[in-house]
Design a protein around this ligand. Structure first.
Ligand code: FES
Ligand code: FES
Length: 169
């Protein structure tokens, strides 16, 4: 099988992986042990496979892994630092915003992409950002409350801004 070398930074760590040109990002991340990236519809409809690529929320089931060459990818595994949950994760816990939990990584990452770009979103803006991640359990009420609560903790969030990671060369 024809392979290529993928150099990418995942959760702040430079990685070098052999992939096939047609491999999907979802498959590569799960193959490498990032099981917080959930396999749902595989059609770009449920958002459970959401990861951040250079800060933008994408459906990893629709993206070729080769497209993230030289990029920074963030999965839910990379959000807690030094044993401390990200404030969005903490707010999800405090508000009981996770039930079965299948959609939760995608929801939290979609919220992170929003708050990094727009630290003081309206409820409508939060709802719009989360709309790409389907949740069968919560009716979105508690997740939206949690994101709005996290947005009220700008100091905690700012303290956790990652230093730009070095991309593997
Ligand atoms: S598994 Fe990617 S959008 Fe559903
Ligand atoms: S918490 Fe179960 S699908 Fe969202």
């Amino acid at each position: 099988m024809k392979t290529m070398e993928l150099r990418v930074t995942v959760n702040g760590q430079p990685r070098k992986w052999a992939i096939a040109p047609g491999d999907l990002l979802l498959d590569v991340l799960r193959r490498e042990g990032f099981f917080g990236v959930k396999r749902g519809c595989e059609k770009g409809e449920c958002g459970s496979c959401t990861v951040l690529v250079n800060g933008r929320a994408v459906n990893s089931c629709l993206m070729f892994a080769a497209k993230v060459q030289g990029c920074e990818v963030l999965t839910i595994e990379g959000l807690a630092e030094g044993g401390q949950l990200d404030p969005i994760q903490g707010a999800f816990l405090d508000h009981g915003a996770a039930q079965c939990g299948f959609c939760t990584p995608g929801m939290i990452l979609a919220a992170k992409a929003l708050l990094d770009k727009n630290p003081h979103p309206s409820e409508d803006e939060v709802r719009e950002a989360m709309a790409g991640v389907l949740c069968r359990c919560t009716g979105y009420i508690k997740p939206v409350e949690a994101v709005l609560a996290a947005a009220k903790q700008p100091d905690k969030r700012a303290a956790r801004k990652r230093r730009p990671a070095e991309v593997a060369r």
